[in-house]
Write a protein that binds this ligand. Structure first.
Ligand SMILES: Cc1ncc(COP(=O)(O)O)c(C=O)c1O
Length: 450
């Protein structure tokens, strides 16, 4: 295999599991990218670009990997909660229900989407640091579990829960004092993190719940997002299970549910391959929980994992059109029609991506390109120094691993209209979110004469 074909083969491993290059359907063109049985060129023609596509088979396989690993390695009850912050729409919320997942919602907006999608109350779990009054009201109205971030929130919730007629449980988010190895902006478990209560405050919170008859039945911690080494979960579990043992011996209370959050990473670039193994992560967590409970004589809690990225990132592909190619002193620039408005991750924390041309990927590489968006920031560079063939204006590029924390963090910067989103399943493409229009941009602009 020549070098260009080998590079394509490696990059294709970042794409959805259904991604292949199929022979062109018209003479004179090279092989064309197909995902979920749909030709990407045809989708771009029909829906325009930038375009986001989710491959059902890849999402289903990721869901199945979590389920199978939990069944293999955890002897107690378990559940998977999809972290909706990675990407949420009614379609994805409904997809979670096909897999009997719970759905983690942050704030009233996400709760509203989950409820509108018909996710049953018992499967809606609410997170959030500094939840507003509206967030708490929505949570009490629609959720089965509220994860309490701090003592002030607990005190605010107490009268609301006493007045509530729904069956709601509280979990407490503990700050274990250990973060996972990831970018500082994505670490959440360290001592100085803004998230959760300290072990000492947790003790006070449990006492408060017991004294006030509040339905506390779970503990939660989350050490950060996009990590590849589960080792730091070990000491965090030691801290949290030590706390459980102490609470149990002084109050008799034990959590029915325990969640070590989510955060398992994915490969974004060919240099990150092979794909991090979900089974390895789940096995590590399950064994540590079983062992930690056995050592302390605690009953096995129901184990709740809370992945977002590792469920949906690889299933998502962003498709862009190259508008122009520009050469500067040392750089060959490819200008595409999306960038930091639909994917702020490179600008936010230097996230590194790869890409493939939608057509004829095995052309020889002619050097690195800088792939930049149209927005008025020099930081609007989606990919830096990526070896690519000679790409011409009007070609399509596909950026893999675009399913998590792109659309969820997108903006209208420079008046960008948010892209259309497709669900690809077995040769059928279904629109799950239409492209925003100028009318959408104007809809909340009161347009008053000043
Ligand atoms: C509380 C909580 N749970 C789960 C997640 C999901 O993380 P990831 O998408 O990396 O799996 C996050 C993300 O930061 C989070 O804050």
């Amino acid at each position: 295999m020549d070098a260009a074909a080998e590079l394509t083969r490696r990059r294709l491993q970042l794409f959805p599991i259904t991604a292949i290059y199929a022979p062109a359907d018209a003479p004179g063109r090279g092989a064309e990218l197909s995902i979920g049985g749909c030709r990407v060129r045809a989708l771009a023609q029909e829906y325009g670009t930038p375009l986001y596509c989710f491959d059902a088979a890849t999402l289903d396989a990721a869901a199945q990997a979590y389920r199978a690993a939990l069944a293999r390695h955890y002897p107690g009850e378990s559940a998977v909660t999809y972290a909706g912050k990675a990407y949420l729409s009614r379609a994805i919320a409904r997809w979670t229900q096909r897999h009997d997942f719970w759905l983690d919602c942050t704030g009233a907006g996400e709760i509203g989407i989950a409820a509108a999608a018909g996710v049953p109350r018992r499967r809606i779990l609410v997170h959030g640091v500094n939840k507003s009054a509206v967030d708490l009201e929505m949570a009490v109205q629609h959720a089965g579990v509220i994860v309490v971030d701090n003592l002030a929130e607990l005190h605010r919730l107490a009268p609301m829960l006493r007045a509530a007629t729904n069956n709601i449980a509280l979990w407490l988010r503990v700050r274990p004092g250990v973060a996972v190895d990831t970018h500082a902006y994505r670490q959440t478990g360290q001592e100085d993190s803004k998230f959760g209560v300290s072990p000492q405050e947790a003790m006070d919170a449990v006492r408060f719940c017991l004294d006030h008859g509040l339905p506390l039945n779970g503990l939660h911690f989350h050490q950060g997002s996009h990590f590849h080494d589960p080792a730091p979960i070990g000491p965090a579990l030691e801290t949290v299970l030590g706390l459980v043992a102490e609470i149990a011996s002084t109050t008799g209370w034990q959590p029915q549910s325990l969640s070590p959050g989510g955060g398992w990473g994915v490969a974004y670039h060919e240099d990150d391959l092979p794909q991090p193994d979900v089974e390895h992560y789940v096995q590590f967590v399950a064994q540590r929980v079983v062992e930690g409970c056995r050592q302390r004589g605690l009953k096995l809690p129901s184990l709740h994992l809370e992945p977002g990225r590792s469920l949906v990132a690889r299933g998502g592909v962003a498709v862009y059109t190259v508008g122009a190619v520009k050469q500067t002193a040392t750089r060959r620039w490819l200008f595409i029609d999306g960038g930091m408005a639909d994917n702020p991750r490179p600008a936010l924390y230097g996230a590194r991506y790869s890409a493939l041309p939608v057509s004829d990927p095995d052309r020889p590489t002619v050097g690195p390109v800088w792939i930049a968006g149209p927005y008025c920031e020099s930081g609007d560079v989606l990919i830096e120094a990526l070896p690519m063939p000679a790409i011409a204006a009007d070609e399509l590029l596909a950026v893999p691993v675009s399913g998590a924390y792109h659309l969820a963090m997108q903006s209208n910067y420079n008046g960008a209209r948010k892209p259309a989103v497709l669900w690809l399943d077995n040769g059928a493409a279904t629109l799950i979110q239409r492209r925003e229009t100028l009318a959408d941009l104007l809809a909340r602009d009161v347009g008053i004469d000043l």
